[in-house]
Write a protein that binds this ligand. Structure first.
Ligand SMILES: NC(=O)c1ccc[n+]([C@@H]2O[C@H](COP(=O)([O-])OP(=O)(O)OC[C@H]3O[C@@H](n4cnc5c(N)ncnc54)[C@H](OP(=O)(O)O)[C@@H]3O)[C@@H](O)[C@H]2O)c1
Length: 223
């Protein structure tokens, strides 16, 4: 039975993906900071909860301990940063550093820690990206530049580890808590639910195209 670690598995895309992998008979370990919410999701969806913050080295060590063998790492947990999104001219740098800690350094640190297990399994790393990594949307400079950095880490890791499949995936707009924080007070009910993006991620796992950056909308979907 293959094993996956999905960060940010208590809600949104991470939860939808963790649940879908469990339905495909994967063993799934998931984290999130809110232990009660994570445990409740884990009970309902059938994955193992390891609560904690991805920026905490001790928590990352617990995650590595929980998956001695690993076929798939999904770096999904992410921070939008301040809401409403501040323009770069006024972005408080301490807050920007927090965004980079969650969106750039934590995924790299977790990947470093889990590389031996992933390499042994000729496994897959999926770093969840965003269109904000490549488009110049006003207000999105903090989050978007962090996702751009994550994209480049993903690309170089792919070049440095030809035995692994290393992907950055832009899931597209999804109706989640993070998306609502990006558009405070706005009606986001026209955005698809996170489960809509899952078939593209499963398609990626089935097809295993070359390492690189993909948009969920362009990937073949697996039911
Ligand atoms: N929603 C969109 O429209 C959209 C578009 C493009 C890309 N994305 C990307 O898709 C991914 C999932 O986003 P989402 O919209 O599904 O977010 P979400 O609904 O807000 O869920 C985020 C998940 O990550 C966890 N999390 C956040 N910070 C964490 C931390 N420091 N350590 C551990 N867990 C943490 C949250 O739980 P806790 O708060 O309890 O920790 C929650 O489980 C992110 O990488 C995001 O950047 C989303």
């Amino acid at each position: 039975m293959p094993t996956a670690l999905v960060t940010g598995a208590s809600a949104g895309l991470g939860r939808a993906l963790a649940a879908a992998l469990v339905r495909r008979e994967w063993t799934v370990i998931g984290d999130a900071r809110d232990a009660a919410a994570l445990r409740s999701a884990a009970r309902e969806d059938g994955f193992t909860a390891v609560p904690g913050d991805v920026t905490d080295p001790a928590h990352r060590a617990s995650l590595a301990e929980a998956c001695p063998s690993l076929d798939l790492l999904v770096n999904n947990a992410s921070s939008l940063g301040l809401s409403p999104l501040p323009p770069l001219a006024r972005y408080p740098l301490a807050d920007l550093e927090d965004v980079y800690r969650v969106n750039v350094f934590a995924p790299l640190a977790l990947t470093q820690l889990l590389l031996p297990a992933l390499t042994a399994a000729r496994g897959v790393v999926i770093d969840v990206s965003s269109d904000a990594a490549v488009e110049a949307y006003e207000g999105w400079g903090g989050y978007g530049s962090a996702k751009a950095a994550l994209d480049q880490l993903t690309a170089v890791l792919g070049a440095e580890h030809p035995d692994l499949s290393v992907y950055a995936v832009d899931p597209g707009d999804l109706r989640t808590a993070m998306h609502q924080r990006a558009f405070p007070g706005e009606d986001i009910s026209d955005r698809p639910l996170p489960s809509a993006a899952v078939p593209a991620f499963l398609g990626l796992l089935d097809e295993r195209p070359p390492s690189g950056r993909y948009r969920a909308a362009d990937l073949p979907a697996t039911a």
